[in-house]
Design a protein around this ligand. Sequence first.
Ligand SMILES: Cc1ncc(C[n+]2csc(CCOP(=O)(O)OP(=O)(O)O)c2C)c(N)n1
Length: 483
Amino acid sequence: MLTSTTARLLLASRAASASVASAASAAMVGAGRRSVTTAAVAAATTSSSALTAQTAQSGRGSAPLLPAATSSRGVQTSAKTSMSAVEPNAEEEKEKQPFTELVRDFLDPGDFYKQVNKIGVDFFTGVPDSLLKDFCAYVTANTPSDHHVITANEGNAVALAAGHHLATGKSGLVYLQNSGLGNIVNPLMSLAVPEVYSIPMLLLIGWRGEPGKKDEPQHLVQGQATPGLLASLNIPFQVLPDFQEGAAKVLETARQYMEQNHGPYAILVRRQTFLPYKLKSDKGSFPLNREGALKLIVDTLSARDIVVGTTGMLSRELFEYRVAKKHGHEKDFLTVGSMGHASAIALGIALARPVRQVYCLDGDGALLMHMGTMATIGHSGVKNLKHIVINNGAHDSVGGQPTCALNGSLSITGVAQSSGYRFVETASEIDDIRAKLKLLHEAQGPALLEICVNRGGRKDLGRPTRSPVQNKHDFMDFVQSEY
Ligand SMILES: Cc1ncc(C[n+]2csc(CCOP(=O)(O)OP(=O)(O)O)c2C)c(N)n1
């Protein structure tokens, strides 16, 4: 049976959740662009904090929604009602039923897609995000390719949606993780906002690190700042409700705003808003996946080599492999956030420590995100930089949506060659990878090795147990040591 304390907690949690959406919404409906006040942000974040406080008080960590129940979409939530020693009578049986208001709701990605279409938005572009992965998968599977473009970075997506508007008069939908907010600030502020070219678009933003939710340090900082960032950009926003009628209202508000104010409107998406939708995709036919290739690489490194790992699963796999090999973690800088910048970090280190070999372990999605760095590296002529791109043709860490790097139009080795890298190779078979790693080690840089692999990784992958600052201190000692 649910205790009354638990029930009160759950009800309060729901009320707090609802007030996040309505606080933000009330601050802007009908009041136009100037209405995005810090007060609305404060209301939104305070509601979230209230939720955290209630949760903490109950001693139940960060999972405020508890009851066993089946939602209208047949999704079962987790907790069980407690057992009674005496035979249950009819009244007790009734009490064991979950309160209807405690039933967990989810949005069906297909229903939401149709609702978005209904407000006149049928063009989609963006960079995938783990919180949006089911919606992104639905878009990928159900949208013609001239109406859906996965871009190299989020700023490109804003610009693409602007181009779509210029050509059609319609608003596009730009999807992104809130980590990508930095990438969109320039094209939003100097292109899309009403004061410049006044281009409406719908921003669908995965809210990693939402206050009160457990997440990684880099996401917690961004999550806390997200409402304030949008407010200071003067972009109105609401939280996406997890039920259809609520979602319809938010979309209608967005439509009205875009129609009246001709500017971007944002919707924040919390963790577990959508029901699952899986992409049917071929994992590939290479002998290795990312983790298999990573192990081969680590096994060929020498004790003094410096490693910079890219954002996503790769750095987590690297951390775990170092544990398995009892290596310690000081050789590796884990670029946990800052997607696409691992190679520039490696370049900074390589220039400053010319006697050490610096390996950047990159992903194809991350490489694409800031591919201009390849031209900078090639031009620098830095001899000790070894750039390895593990190419699975996907944003595997956030749901496996495709990039254009494998079986597409892009040749990573071609770009490296024309950027001025002195050594450029590609490999996919195990023996060939080993041989090319040896050549890479001996080669004068800038050098690049592309390793083509299958999508997919372990489901039980852990997270680094050392904080970013601990990682930095260990790494700086290692990089600056003369041995
Ligand atoms: C600026 C920014 N946008 C989006 C993300 C979300 N994100 C984290 S990892 C990742 C995919 C990385 O793909 P890739 O480099 O190909 O590596 P893979 O996951 O396939 O190994 C994405 C999109 C992010 N962290 N930062």
